[in-house]
Ligand binder design. Sequence first.
Ligand code: FE2
Length: 248
Amino acid sequence: MQSRREFHAKLIGSAITFSLIETLWSRSLFADDAKPTIQKWMAELVEITKDLKGQKLTDLQFQTKMEDLYKRVDLTELCKVIKLDEAEKKKLPDSGAASFGFDLSKVEGLPADVGFGKQIFACKKGRSIVPHGHANMCTGFIILKGEWHGRHYDRVETNKDDYVIKPTIDRTFKPGELSTISDHKDNIHWFEATSETAFIFNVHVIGYDKTIKDAGGRMYLDPNGEKLAGGLVRAPKMSSTDCHKKYG
Ligand SMILES: [Fe+2]
């Protein structure tokens, strides 16, 4: 039996603990916590990825859904979940972009295999995620921090030594802004950091279309090629090394 005094002391003690936990929770000081809004957002990303791979969505439909979802992101919560602060402590390369992984396995409600690849890209000022396109891949960026000069192109033709491309997007991107890629729309991207450091959230879904025989991976090119009629450009294919030498 405990005295009334002991009972009250315990009650106050646990009330303090509870309010402390609540404070920590609301400020998201727990290492791996994720608020329900971002959990639900991630779960939606998993869902549309599954639909793309299961061919319930075309790549263009997926792109629209991904953009709608990206527009609704709670950027602060996303940065916390993927631990942007840890990425910010790392050294950035003198050419090209750094790629940092992050762990979603502690986010409640997500399957062990989320179905998509994911990373944070980071560049120093003046450095670039160099111009490249993708085959059989849908992918999307959200600017996390800093400013970028982002360019996209449609891949209109694929030839032996070059691609015929058409500029579609050329503008400044700020935190919270987004862009997406599929084989049929805005297939090529190139992002140059214009602030001291700059960070991008990336999700990619590879091999969604069994009819596309091209291998996945990046296809490097020089978008400043010969100008053709109708605003098109003949963009020579490049090696990763040459592309980084010129644009990294
Ligand atoms: Fe890419």
